[in-house]
Design a binder for this molecule. Structure first.
Ligand code: BTN
Length: 259
């Protein structure tokens, strides 16, 4: 069981996890994270749950994961940065979670725009950023992270698309230990943001993506756009070269096309 008391034991972070809310079942750790943020909860507050009844994914989708086998948690941050930096935070989380996972496994994690983590081309983790802005600066942001850890079976509609650390690595992972390592990685990289901003993390994300300079198709509002991915803007948009013209996309589902 991922309870706050056990998580705190062995957690060496200073900021992340200063306040921990843990639940057996909750609607969504992000919904809870936003509610406590609005009531003034401190930066570094963490919400974890064994089970979500209304887990949220990007673009209004749901996030469904077996209870007791996975990691579902949200982290509250108050970076005090301008709002135009908001959409870079999923890249920070993607890099920090990737490194945490690699530290605890022998797996190599790849990143897919905008905020999926892949193993062997299949998604095993997703990040949902929700935030509140106050004029021109970020009031708070809640980073929701869902990781398929020890789940071995997925619904048929996710065949070939979803995977887990157990499936890829062939062994069960201690979720508590993994969570502590990821929180440490998130904290270390968060300190790096105060020192050098988000650009170095964006560069690191680019090194982890199999998409750069590759043909991709993006499904956006019922329309499919095909082009070559050229990069990511400093606001987190994807730069796509379509017939020689560059377009910037801010949302969509990407498929990496085989060359
Ligand atoms: C995505 O890939 O679409 C993002 C998935 C994010 C899921 C996590 S699980 C913990 C947190 N609480 C939620 O309701 N969603 C995020």
């Amino acid at each position: 069981m991922l309870d706050a008391e056990s998580l705190r034991t062995g957690l060496r972070t200073k900021l992340f996890g200063k306040k921990i809310y843990s639940f057996e079942t909750i609607d969504s750790t992000n919904t809870c994270g936003r509610a406590v943020a609005a009531c003034g909860a401190p930066e570094g507050t963490i919400v974890i749950a064994e089970e979500q009844t209304e887990g949220k994914g990007r673009q209004g989708r749901s996030w469904v994961a077996n209870p007791g086998e996975n990691l579902m948690f949200s982290v509250l941050l108050r970076p005090g940065l301008p709002t135009d930096q908001l959409n870079l935070f999923p890249f920070y989380a993607a890099v920090a979670v990737s490194q945490g996972v690699e530290r605890e496994t022998s797996l190599r994690v790849e990143c897919k725009w905008p905020n999926d983590l892949l193993l062997g081309g299949r998604k095993f983790a997703g990040i949902l950023l929700q935030g509140s802005v106050d004029g021109s600066s970020i009031e708070y942001l809640v980073l929701g992270i869902g990781i398929n850890v020890n789940q071995s079976v997925f619904p048929p509609e996710l065949d070939g698309k979803a995977t887990s650390l157990l499936i890829e690595g062939g062994r069960r992972i201690d979720r508590m230990r993994l969570l502590r390592t990821i929180l440490q990685s998130l904290e270390d990289h968060y300190a790096q943001i105060s020192r050098s901003g988000l650009d170095p993390l964006l560069s690191e994300w680019k090194e982890r993506t199999p998409m750069l300079n590759k043909p991709v198709s993006v499904l956006r509002e019922g329309e499919t756009i095909t082009g070559i991915m050229k990069g990511v803007t400093r606001q987190g948009g994807m730069v796509l070269a379509v017939n020689g013209t560059e377009q910037i996309l801010h949302a969509g589902d990407v498929t990496i096309l085989r060359t």
